[in-house]
Design a protein around this ligand. Sequence first.
Ligand SMILES: [Zn+2]
Ligand SMILES: [Zn+2]
Ligand SMILES: [Zn+2]
Length: 155
Amino acid sequence: MFGRMTSDHEAQLRAVSLRVTRPRLAVLAALHENPHVDTDAVIALVRAEQPTISHQAVYDVLRALTQAGLVRRIQPAGATARYESRTGDNHHHVVCRSCGAIADVDCVVGHAPCLTAPDHHGFVVDEAEVVFWGTCPECATAHASQSSASPEGSR
Ligand SMILES: [Zn+2]
Ligand SMILES: [Zn+2]
Ligand SMILES: [Zn+2]
């Protein structure tokens, strides 16, 4: 399975004319398994496999993959930049205000811009940035058990 995934990632790199390198494959694999992680998390994940890789090398790989469209960079307000390998479908994100957890929300339209501005002031609009904010199930459960002051707690 790992081998198949690696060859998928090799094909992805070749499709955008990027040379296949171990750091690039490692970053793609890390993001495939762990969507919406920040740079520090990507470095930790890649170093688990390639302990000698430098921070700068990971930054460079993230930049190259993002520019090539293989990786998408998202940055919800007040959060550090996160990276994911699910690209090209204009999906959106729901972000927990309490813990910062992020989940994917499919775009109903499937391509940008998914909203039509009532008045675009003559601008050619190519994207609507949509972020859903709320409380994730775990935080909602934690809040509920705190306020009910149950002696057993919720976990
Ligand atoms: Zn949460
Ligand atoms: Zn996503
Ligand atoms: Zn949308």
